[in-house]
Design a protein around this ligand. Structure first.
Ligand SMILES: *[C@@H]1O[C@H](CO)[C@@H](O)[C@H](O)[C@H]1NC(C)=O
Ligand SMILES: *[C@@H]1O[C@H](CO)[C@@H](O)[C@H](O)[C@H]1NC(C)=O
Ligand SMILES: *[C@@H]1O[C@H](CO)[C@@H](O)[C@H](O)[C@H]1NC(C)=O
Ligand SMILES: *[C@@H]1O[C@H](CO)[C@@H](O)[C@H](O)[C@H]1NC(C)=O
Length: 269
């Protein structure tokens, strides 16, 4: 199994510290560069040195949805909205530090189950023509096999000194049935009910390392979070995504749970 994070957290932090060079697999495979600032809900999670390592989606002015395996400690993280070419200042970027990371309590790093995390920002993002929110799916709603969705990200092809500028890329991929994805022909029993697979029978179009945590959007809603796979764009192994609709209640509780209490009691006194 391979997470689509740039590398393991430990390695990442080491990398950041020592500037060592590591060969990384490609980025969004088989897609194309997005039009500038056309995907306004995507954010880049960066290390304190400005190194992109995961994607995320802005679901509230104060909250980012991403993968639990993108959890490097909050003090090492910066969230960038309104970005297009990472490592290149274009003037529309907004930067926020995390106030709090909330990985799902059932996240299991050996099975990748419940690979979902919310990040509360210290300051809200400003919504404008470069930054917007993405709507969430309702609890329990599914996406049917064959439905074509869009995955986007800045997954890189290489790291290290003289890091290239990375332009946001995007690709359309159809949903694959869990029966096929979980079969012995593919992930052989490793797909849980909290996962969904997307890709082509012929492979070639997929998310890849560095795209982790990013959005799989179907009909305008963020149905999936880029989670894991086996290689990238392999016909036998599609991309695996966390099913956001399974976690809608948890998302509501986490986001709104922190706001509801005070106003409600104030009104009642
Ligand atoms: C993760 O899943 C494995 C396999 O189901 C299980 O053995 C292990 O206890 C789980 N770990 C945690 C932390 O829940
Ligand atoms: C399924 O998971 C097991 C245990 O983590 C792993 O050894 C195996 O390689 C995985 N198989 C596939 C096809 O992902
Ligand atoms: C995938 O297969 C394993 C092993 O047969 C099974 O335990 C699991 O429930 C299956 N996943 C889904 C979502 O059906
Ligand atoms: C979550 O909150 C939204 C907005 O308040 C609401 O429309 C939706 O029904 C809630 N869903 C769940 C599962 O609580």
């Amino acid at each position: 199994m391979m997470n689509f994070l740039m590398c393991s957290c430990v390695v990442l932090l080491d990398l950041v510290a020592v500037h060592s060079r590591v060969l990384m697999q490609g980025r969004i495979v088989g897609g194309h560069t997005a039009a500038p600032n056309s995907i306004k809900y995507i954010v880049s999670l960066q290390s304190s040195r400005g190194q992109h390592f995961c994607g995320g989606s802005l679901v509230h002015r104060y909250w980012v949805l991403t993968a639990a395996h993108c959890n490097i400690r909050a003090e090492h993280m910066m969230i960038v909205a309104g970005d297009y070419i990472v490592n290149n200042f274009e003037g529309y970027e907004q930067y926020a530090k995390p106030h709090r990371l909330v990985p799902h309590p059932l996240y299991n790093r050996s099975t990748n189950n419940a690979d979902i995390m919310l990040i509360k920002l210290r300051a809200p993002m400003v919504l404008n023509q470069y930054v917007s929110l993405v709507p969430l799916p309702r609890q329990g709603t599914g996406v049917v096999e064959g439905r074509v969705c869009r995955v986007s990200g800045w997954g890189y092809s290489r790291l290290g000194e003289g890091q290239a500028r990375f332009i946001l890329r995007t690709v359309r991929v159809p949903i694959i049935s869990t029966a096929r994805c979980n079969s012995s022909e593919s992930f052989n029993g490793n797909i849980t009910a909290n996962m969904i697979c997307a890709g082509y029978r012929t492979g070639g179009r997929d998310a890849c390392k560095g795209d982790s945590g990013g959005p799989l959007v179907c009909g305008g809603r963020v149905y999936g979070v880029v989670s894991w796979g086996n290689g990238c764009g392999d016909a036998k192994f599609p991309g695996v995504y966390t099913v956001v609709s399974k976690f809608r209640q948890w998302i509501n509780k986490t986001i709104y749970g922190s706001y509801i209490r005070c106003p409600k009691y104030e009104r009642n006194v």
